[in-house]
Design a protein around this ligand. Structure first.
Ligand code: FES
Length: 120
């Protein structure tokens, strides 16, 4: 594992993603219920940036078509099989966000982008 410094915890607002560079890779870091999480920086639907994406009820919500991802695992949770706007293009699950190990060391956050956290 190769954890690298990404940002200070104070740089991450409550319940909203912020984009950072970690070892040359764009990631987003977010805080939810007092814990920090690190994911790939782009929605797997159509690659919209997740910088400033809100985190509500344990899910990161992409601002474009409102696809949601579990904040812990990165798994796509919405719209999934339920569909959205009656559009068949928006009625299938998409790939999960890559999810990276993150550690808080004092006031600083470190992320390891050389590996991903496995989905449960
Ligand atoms: S690009 Fe994110 S929901 Fe479509």
């Amino acid at each position: 594992m190769a954890f690298t410094f990404v940002c200070r915890a104070a740089d991450v607002p409550r319940s909203e993603c912020r984009e950072f560079n970690a070892g040359g890779r764009a990631i987003v870091v977010c805080e939810y219920a007092g814990e920090y999480y690190a994911h790939s920086a782009f929605c797997t639907h159509l690659s919209y940036s997740l910088d400033y994406a809100p985190v509500r009820d344990g899910q990161i919500e992409c601002s474009w078509h409102r696809y949601c991802y579990d904040v812990v695992t990165g798994k796509n949770e919405f719209p999934g099989e339920r569909g959205l706007f009656g559009d068949p293009q928006l009625s299938h699950p998409v790939a999960p966000l890559a999810t990276f190990p993150i550690e808080r060391r004092g006031d600083d956050l470190y992320v390891d982008v050389s590996t991903t956290v496995a989905l449960p």
